[in-house]
Each structure stands twice: as C-alpha cells, then as structure tokens.
Design a protein around this ligand. Sequence first.
Ligand code: WT7
Length: 637
Amino acid sequence: MAYPYQIKNLDEYQQAYQQSVIDPEGFWAHVADHFYWRRKWDKVLEWDFKQPDVKWFLGGKLNITENCLDRHLGSLGSTPAIIWEPNDPEEHHRVLTYRDLYNKVCQFATVLKNNGVQKGDRVCIYMGMIPELAIAVLACARIGAIHSVVFGGFSAQSIADRIQDAQCSLVITCDGAFRGNKDIPLKSVIDDALMACPSVKKVIVCTRTRTPVSMLKGRDVWWEDEIKQVETLGNPPCPAEEMDAEDMLFILYTSGSTGKPKGVVHTCGGYMVYANYTFVNTFQYQPGEVYFCTADIGWITGHSYILYGPLSAGATTLMFEGIPTWPDAGRLWDITDKYRVNILYTAPTAIRSLMGFGLGPVNHKDLSSLRKLGSVGEPINEEAWQWFKTHIGKDKCPIVDTWWQTETGGIMITPIAGITKEKPGYATLPLPGVQPMLVDENGQEVTGNGVNGNLCIKFPWPGMIRTTYGDHERCRKTYFATYENLYFTGDGCLRDEDGYYRITGRVDDVLNVSGHRIGTAEVENAINMHAGVVESAVVGYPHDIKGQGIYAYVITDRLTHDMELTKKDIIQTVSRIIGPIAKPDKIQFVSGLPKTRSGKIMRRILRKIAEGEMDNLGDTTTLLDPAVVEEIKRGRL
Ligand code: WT7
C-alpha cells in the first residue's frame, strides 16, 4: 500500500503544513479520499468550540474495520497484520495475516451478535495483551458496538465505575493475564466488579492462564465455546455495520483533576483518518516494515498505534504480552532481533528503567534492523534520549518524541522521522493540521519565540475528542472553558528560539507516573477510604525512573499504632480502590495540612516540599497556621 499523503522531505512538510492552515477542509478531504467510504461525506467540517460541537466528514458512511481489514485482503491477505510475542519467551509466538485477522474478527463479531450485542451498545474489554484482545476490539467496531477497554492493572472498583458510567451490557475478559512473573486473575476481578453492575448481562471469557474461574450460569460463557458454535454454522459472513462518520467508535477513560475519571469519546471517521495520517507520517512507515509499539492496548497509544493506525495502513504491527524487564532487561532487544523490528515506539520510563541495567543486556544483541525510534507519554530527559539514540539506535536512527493525549486521538507535535531536525527533549513541530498556541494565565496569546505558556490548540483536527461520555458539560468545562475558543491541553510548554516546542509537564492536578495519567484527587479519595485516615493531600515529585512519583501527606488518628503497618495498609487500600499503578511512593504522616483561611489546601507548598525545594516556598502569608509547614518540612521523606 502506498501513501500518497506521506510527506517525503522538509519542503513537503512545510507545504503540507501551510496548506492545512490555509485550507484545512481541502487538506483533510485530500487525505480522507484515500480510505474506503461506503458513502462520501457532504461536508468536511463543522465546528464551534463554545459548545463544543465538532463534526468531521459530515454525512460520510464507513466502517473502520473495512479500512483496517477488508480493503487489504486483495494485496496483503497473506502479509502479517499482527505478530504476537508471548510473555514467556519459551512459548510459541503467533502470526496473524490480514486474512487470518479478518476471519477471526468476523467470527467473533458474530459471537457478539449471538450474545445480543447491537450497534450502539457499550462493551467493556478487560483482557491481557493477547491477539484475542485485538480481535475483540475490532469485532466491536465491526458491528458498531462502542468499546471501552480498561487496562488490566485497574482494580474491581475502577472497572465498576467505568462500566456503570457507560452502562455496558457485555464484558469481554480472560481467565487471567501473564505479566512478567505475575499471573493476574482478571475474571475474578471482573466478578467482584460486576456485583455493582446490573447493566451487564453477559460475560465472555477467553482462556489464557488456565487459572480456575467460576462461571455464573446464564451470564458467563467461554470464548472458545462460542467460536465453536459459529464454526458449526459454517462461519456465516459478517458484513460490517454501516457507521456514520460521527457515530461513536470508542470510549476510553482517563484521569483529570477531579476524583472521577472521564470517558473520552472518539468517533469513526475523523479518528480513523487522523490515526492513519499521523502513523504513516510520523514514523515514515514503508510497506513491509515491522513496527513494534510497546504500549498496552488499554491506553490510547495502543488503540491508535498498535491497532487502528498501523492496521488501517496495512502495516505489520507487533504486539507484546510481557514487560521490558522479564525474564531479563534484554527482552525488548531480543524481540527486536527475533523479528527484525524496523520501528520501535516506547516510553521514557521504560528507557530509564532499562538504562539502570547498564549495557550488559544490550551488548551482543543484533539491533541492526532498527531504522526509526519513538518515545511517548511523558517528557523524555536528555540523558534517556541520548542513551536511546546511541545504544539502541547506534546513532543512525531518528527519534520521534511524540506529544499527544488521550483526548487528541493521535500524535500532535512531533518530529517526522528522518525529516525534521531533532533536538533532545523537544517534541519539535506540529504535524500538518495542528495549530498550537501558547497563552498566559489571563488567556492572552504569547507570541514570538523563546517563550513559555499554557499549550492550547486553536483549530479542530479530525482525531480530537468529541465529548466526555454522558456528560457533555464536563467536556466543555475541562477543555474548552479555560480559554475562550481554544482547546486547552493542561500542559505547560516552551517554544524556543527555533520555534520548537518542548512540553514541560502538566499544569493541573494530574500526575504522570511511568507515563500513566493519575489524578491527585483520585488518589486522595482512595487514601481517605482507609479507616485510620482523617485527611490527605497528594502531590507529585521528580522520580528517576517513573518521571513522577506519588507523595502523600496523611493525617491519621492512629498515631499510637505501628506506623509502618498503617502505611502498608494505606498502600493496599489505594491498590484495591484504583489499582497498583496509583500506589503512593512516599507517605508522610502529618498533624495538619497547610491551608488558607478559607480552608483550601495550599498544594504549591506541599509540592515544593516534596520536590525538596524547601527554602523557596513562595508566598505563605495567607496560611492559617504557619507552624504546620515547619513540621512538614522537618518530617520530609
Ligand atoms: C499527557 C497525556 C500520548 C499517549 C500516552 C499518554 C504527557 C505525552 C508527551 C511527550 C511530554 C508528554 C502530557 C500529556 N505527554 N506525550 N512526548 N512529551 N509530555 O496519554 O495518558 O492521555 O497523557 O502525557 O502531559 O498531557 P495520556
């Protein structure tokens, strides 16, 4: 498959960028023309950031799976679509060609229909990284069901919240999942979650770990049994449901500054075009290349850059079940060697943790197939960038530092591999179609170069968030109300003398821990569930590997007890309420929190103390009780 809209050099980038600003509709129509539409759109774009109300390719009809599967069968039927590497290197890998994947998606789509799923229904998917996860996601898309994938590290409570919010009618899960030396009992977690989820009528369970599970009669069925039934019927064809360009494709929950995660909604047409365009251009994908993204499909990176982007481009995408450090820290390099990986897209936290093992696990690995490297999820520090460049890319691979968000659907600011001159720590320049703008606290545009500001986007792009599920007002307030007529990203940003962008991190109460987005309020709510906790405040602090660590200040009424035990209990509580990814790294017991006279916690002070910047706490004159700050400083961990 050739990509007529693939940028080939810096001149073409500049031209495409200019055109995308002067005539956005013409620009995106030209890209969208290279997809398979059942019916062409009547109008490219309608938008109003006040509501917000954004629609792309109005009146267009399509099914994203026809673009990811059907249209490739002729030329790429026997080309690998998904290469799957299991957790245990001793276990056999699997290869699914485009034909195989098509057949399996059709089969499972029929299973979903047999189990009562209809267009528009919400389906929760809670599985490990096995090919059946990809099949489940695509099968939903094929019949027009809205998938809501929940990362396998979330707890029963988190799953229940997400299922209730979306009123899911069916759950797809596994008996368990392998992750390094762990075996996570997914079905048992689902059983706990479903006690509070009356909307769920059916659960489909795929076998992976053979962990014993209990199956509830009338509700739970086995994936394999259901497939057998479809086979008995001779695998009837499963035509794709015709979707409107603006019909919902999926919901993906993400954390914000309030205690409740929000369901980011993406729609069929614009998301497809954007995921594909950004994949093909950022990574300069060439037909035949093996592309390996180490993310989990439970996050947006997995949705856009393991599945929809690569598959819509007819690429070969490698899906990995395990973790970079098991059985040893050479795992990613062994996989690269084994499959002759050409493009590797990973996260700064993975790079930093592997750096910690030295060059032993890298030496003597054949990484000569690598041509392009990518980084995503958090700011990459220069040391990690250089290590990646030198020791993995052997100084011959471009690195793309891609900035984007769950809400943006796809990459926004990034170098184009091998084309944009790179600068360590910089996401560099916006892709065509992306119009960044920096604003100051008062919403005034910050112009010129060598300036800092809050990062906003001033014009719609096809992959952008359409709403937050079930609560449009929340979408408006969170992203479109801070600054009039702008999409606000929540990130701080520097634009340097060259006009290059460098993302400096969140400016709201959202943490980025190992590339996972976690709201401080969510962690506080979880800590406060512990019976011995009176009040808590959570902030982030710099962490060598995770980027940010979680620092919790806790007031407890159990000061006479074994405090280490109480700490363990609190950590356990957070793990149970949210999931292990949100466990505090440090817990400091305090007798009070710094508050203003009106009772507002002064987080700025707590953040400074956690960061170790104790002599520079800024204005503390509005504090109710300055003595408490001195106590907190003395007790700092
Ligand atoms: C937040 C979005 C993008 C998919 C994975 C995370 C931070 C993301 C970068 C980058 C600096 C980055 C931002 C953003 N972020 N990429 N290249 N450089 N920061 O998606 O969970 O929606 O988180 O991750 O702070 O707002 P997410």
